[in-house]
Design a protein around this ligand. Structure first.
Ligand SMILES: C[S@@+](CC[C@H](N)C(=O)[O-])C[C@H]1O[C@@H](n2cnc3c(N)ncnc32)[C@H](O)[C@@H]1O
Length: 486
């Protein structure tokens, strides 16, 4: 039976700063020196706000971070705590991991000129790129690789993209760090992370007129940052070809140019393969902490068909450590969501920032009705399976990968008891959460927050919903104490 198991493993020892604990173990940033006219304080006590301060020279101009002090406590945390309290979860916990150097994945715009390139993020509300060579959120090797790229652009006269004219060579760069290197001690792996560099090139393909420059830039990065260089920080170089005038960063065509083609990361206790086109968490350390709360997942539904190869590689390594079956399906979860809901014990959703598609929320809300219908129906699941005509379901079945044993049909009409919602969009999460609760089909059992994006007002939330109305929220009919749900 497809199932996602929830475990309560102890928190990872990688946590460096815990918002809910009284003692903070963070990188110590000394308070600013007193003005020269004042006698120096012989016993300076570090200001709590500065202990976890960003102290980034780009803060005023860059749109990446919105909070400068108390990085371990995003200000949105108070609202989140209140929100969960108002819906019956009084113990909302929050894990803060690395506060600086946490970002292992960055997409940066490349603008300016070949002599003076700008590599960074847009200024708030504009399309002016702010150069961020000393970004405090980036893994230090992302900043080092950006510096190398800057030298390559200048030396090889690579033209950054001009949005107004649609001209230039290099539009964006994606830098993704892998800290997976078993030849190093675990404590040294993060610091020695290697960067996969994906250059978004303004041409249709590798045969276009400016492809010599692309190869020259890739060779420059490899020569000066690859395994034979002193720096050795570049893992591989990829090209993505994009000529469209819209704001979409990547085109559909990818080419591996240099270095290792496979990119592995170790999170949640397992090895994960990631293609440069796949979604990958920016904060791999914090994601690891989140994943350790979840143990096994079985039926994965993904709209991006490029992820299939990554899934297959990942699953290949999983075979000897998991007993249950695991499958990957290329499908749009918002189309016919019922087909994914029915037959699972536990549903895990991890939607993009905009939250769940309304059709999926509808389906989750209507579970009590599905239950009634299932009770009154005598239709055999097997015959239903055979008669399936809906093209998207049939397509998804064809385009799927099954690892391990097949699912059994006995429980294929089971309805989920648990819904695990992983969210990176606080506003959409609140909306989805309110919709689920108002339907009375679900109640919220617990919620944890994670500091995935220190310095911003984004938090990652792991919320566990159980089917039906919560004990505390149902009208009490007798004075007897009811058992807490497990
Ligand atoms: C926040 S990411 C999470 C991915 C994965 N859980 C992980 O952590 O690597 C959201 C994922 O949902 C996928 N997605 C977006 N809309 C979808 C849809 N309608 N049906 C299925 N997958 C979808 C995206 O391609 C993306 O990989």
């Amino acid at each position: 039976m497809p199932r996602f198991l929830l475990s309560t493993l102890p928190p990872s020892p990688l946590i460096t700063c815990h918002a809910s604990s009284g003692t903070l173990r963070t990188r110590h940033i000394p308070p600013p020196s007193p003005p020269p006219s004042l006698p120096p304080n012989p016993n300076p006590t570090p200001l709590p706000s500065l202990t976890c301060a960003l102290q980034c020279s780009h803060f005023q101009s860059c749109s990446g971070c919105t909070q400068e002090l108390n990085l371990h406590r995003p200000t949105i945390l108070d609202e989140a705590t209140e929100f969960f309290k108002s819906i019956g979860v009084s113990k909302f916990t929050f894990d803060s991991c690395k506060l600086w150097g946490w970002r292992c994945r960055a997409k940066l715009a490349v603008r300016g000129s070949a002599k003076s390139p700008l590599i960074g993020l847009y200024e708030e509300g504009t399309h002016n790129v702010v150069d961020i060579p000393h970004c405090k959120a980036h893994h230090p090797n992302i900043n080092a690789a950006v510096e190398l790229l800057r030298q390559g652009i200048v030396e090889l006269n690579v033209e950054p993209y001009d949005e107004d004219q649609g001209t230039g060579d290099l539009r964006y760069v994606q830098m993704a760090v892998t800290t997976y290197n078993t030849s190093l001690r675990a404590s040294e792996r993060y610091r020695n992370g290697k960067v996969q560099v994906a250059l978004v090139w303004n041409s249709r393909n590798e045969n276009s007129y400016n492809s010599d420059k692309l190869n020259a830039l890739a060779n420059f990065l490899w020569r000066n940052g690859g395994p034979k260089s002193n720096l050795h920080l570049v893992h591989s170089v990829w090209a993505n070809f994009q000529t469209s005038s819209n704001n979409i960063i990547f085109g559909n065509r990818w080419r591996h140019l240099l270095g290792e083609k496979d990119f592995w990361e170790h999170v949640g206790g397992i090895d994960i393969s990631l293609a440069p086109s796949s979604f990958g968490q920016a904060n791999t350390r914090a994601f690891d902490v989140l994943l350790r709360k979840l143990q096994k997942s079985v039926r994965c539904i993904e709209i991006n068909k490029e992820s299939k190869v990554s899934f297959e590689k990942t699953a290949d390594r999983l075979l000897h450590i998991i007993e249950s079956s695991i499958s990957w399906h290329h499908a749009d979860a918002s189309k016919e969501p019922r087909s994914w809901i029915v037959g699972s014990d536990v549903i895990v959703v991890d939607p993009p920032r905009k939250g769940l598609d309304p059709s999926l929320v509808d389906a989750l809300q209507s579970i009590p009705r599905m239950e009634l219908k299932a009770k009154s129906s005598f239709e055999s699941p097997r015959s239903k399976d055979k008669d399936e005509k809906r093209p998207w379901i049939l397509r998804a079945r064809e385009d799927s990968v099954q690892i391990g044993s097949k699912t059994t049909s006995d429980d294929s009409e089971a309805l989920p008891e648990t819904l695990i919602y992983i969210s990176c969009g606080w506003e959409s999460f609140k909306e989805d959460c309110n919709s689920l609760l108002s339907s009375k089909a679900w109640h919220l059992e617990k919620a944890h927050g994670y500091n995935f994006f220190p310095g911003t007002q984004s938090i990652e939330v792991l919320a566990v919903f159980k089917r039906g109305q919560g004990v505390g929220l149902k009208k009490k009919k007798s004075g007897k104490k009811k058992k807490k749900p497990l």
